[in-house]
Design a binder for this molecule. Structure first.
Ligand SMILES: CC(C)(COP(=O)(O)OP(=O)(O)OC[C@H]1O[C@@H](n2cnc3c(N)ncnc32)[C@H](O)[C@@H]1OP(=O)(O)O)[C@@H](O)C(=O)NCCC(=O)NCCS
Length: 189
């Protein structure tokens, strides 16, 4: 549906369950999401059932599959959730599942495309995220996509035996539009 330099964002399907289960319980990936407790296929299926039926405008959440533009390989998911139609604001989340596929530019590209959807299609004014302070790779990817560091929730996430700061980052519509103004084509297909 939405093509960037390296990835395509498309609707998530129930048939992605096997793709998700391949790496979802990989400690090296999940430690950056703040919970490494193993998830069963059944729990994941229930989550997928919800994610594949929700409507961004009605339910305030959209989860898209990220795939390699050339090979169509499933790479992970990107989402906008807690969408507030009153404040036109949403939270952003992303995961590239296979550690072997990280740091190859997929995440930055998928982030940019999701911002494009949020600002150009959903009419949002602000998109924000929280990330663990030790997740420097994510912060670098988010900055490349246009997010700015807004502040810190001190010691607000317990992980790996310690309390960690959560970094808050956000981007406003006007900032995104400086680079991608209305009418900017995003490759579709
Ligand atoms: C965070 C994530 C989406 C980023 O996507 P990605 O495809 O790996 O990132 P990109 O390749 O687009 O960009 C990563 C950048 O960080 C850099 N980087 C990699 N490891 C780094 C580290 N330890 N410290 C600082 N920078 C680092 C890369 O070199 C690259 O920057 P560059 O292009 O200037 O060289 C992905 O790594 C991921 O899903 N990780 C696991 C789950 C996760 O962290 N989700 C986000 C939770 S907030």
């Amino acid at each position: 549906m939405y093509c960037g330099e390296h990835v395509r964002l498309r609707a998530l399907e129930m048939s992605d369950l096997d793709n998700i289960m391949k790496h979802w319980n990989t400690y090296e990936m999940r430690r950056f999401l703040g919970s490494t407790l193993p998830m069963s296929e059944r729990a994941e299926k229930e989550w997928l059932e919800k994610a594949t039926t929700q409507d961004a405008r009605k339910d305030g959440s959209i989860v898209l599959a990220i795939e390699d533009k050339k090979t169509q390989e499933f790479l992970g998911t990107a989402s906008l959730f807690d969408i507030s139609s009153h404040s036109r604001r949403a939270e952003f989340g992303i995961a590239i599942h296979d550690p072997e596929k990280m740091s190859k530019g997929y995440g930055t590209d998928a982030t940019r495309l999701t911002l494009w959807i949020g600002f150009h299609q959903l009419g949002l004014n602000s998109i924000y995220l929280y990330t663990l302070s030790f997740n420097e790779r994510a912060q670098r990817a988010y900055e490349k996509a246009g997010f700015k560091r807004g502040g810190i929730f001190r010691k607000s996430m317990f992980a790996e035996g310690d309390f960690h700061d959560m970094i808050i980052m956000d981007i406003l519509r006007d900032e995104f539009f400086e680079k991608y103004p209305p009418g900017t084509p995003i490759a579709k297909g």
